[in-house]
Design a protein around this ligand. Structure first.
Ligand code: MN3
Length: 199
């Protein structure tokens, strides 16, 4: 069994003017494809070949670092493409909004915390909104680590994520990561986040 690059549910230019087509194309067809290919190489001949990506991540400490880097890269990007959409933006509603308000005070306070986590993650990594029972938390991880890994400091079910590697914003935003993070809100698919929250 081998992992495949997922198709996007939208065209590379569908998130314009927020996320530019060139970045989307390179990010998906080069970077994510690279993680996918290298994950398949890294698991070849190991017991990970017969496991789901979630099973691999949950036991990532058992595997070679190449499985961690590329398995995280493969999975994190799958989540990232899913939680953005040309129909995104706005704000969450219903039970998800209530949970955000209960845990962070208000939607704006949550956004500020998430922006800070994304902007201050040193070097490459990801920021996350995760859930442990009724508790929602904003956390960040380095490189391709993810909250499903047994090595993660902050573990939990993933509701929302943003890639803050430079390859996700440099062509359009150069070194202005905070501006990229603010733009992210224009494309967040809150329906998808709510699906994850309710499942
Ligand atoms: Mn990336």
């Amino acid at each position: 069994m081998s992992f495949e690059l997922p198709k996007l549910n939208y065209a590379y230019d569908a998130l314009e003017p927020h996320f530019d087509a060139r970045t989307m194309e390179i990010h998906h067809s080069k970077h994510h494809q690279g993680y996918t290919n290298n994950l398949n190489k890294a698991i070849a001949g190991t017991d990970a070949e017969n496991k789901t990506i979630e099973e691999i991540l949950a036991n990532i400490s058992k595997y070679d670092v190449a499985v961690k880097n590329n398995g995280g890269g493969y999975y994190n990007h799958n989540l990232f493409w899913e939680n953005i959409s040309p129909d995104g933006g706005g704000k969450p509603e219903g039970k998800l909004l209530e949970a955000i308000e209960k845990n962070f005070g208000s939607f704006d306070e949550f956004k500020a915390l998430f922006e800070k986590a994304a902007a201050t993650q040193f070097g490459s990594g990801w920021a996350w909104l995760i859930k442990n029972g009724d508790v929602l938390r904003v956390v960040s991880t380095s490189n391709q680590e993810c909250p499903l890994m047994d090595t993660a400091k902050d573990k939990g079910d993933i509701l929302l994520t943003i890639d803050v590697w430079e390859h996700s914003y440099y062509l359009k935003f150069q070194n202005r990561r905070p501006e990229y993070v603010k733009t992210f809100w224009e494309v967040v698919d809150w329906k998808k986040v709510a699906e994850r929250f309710n499942s």
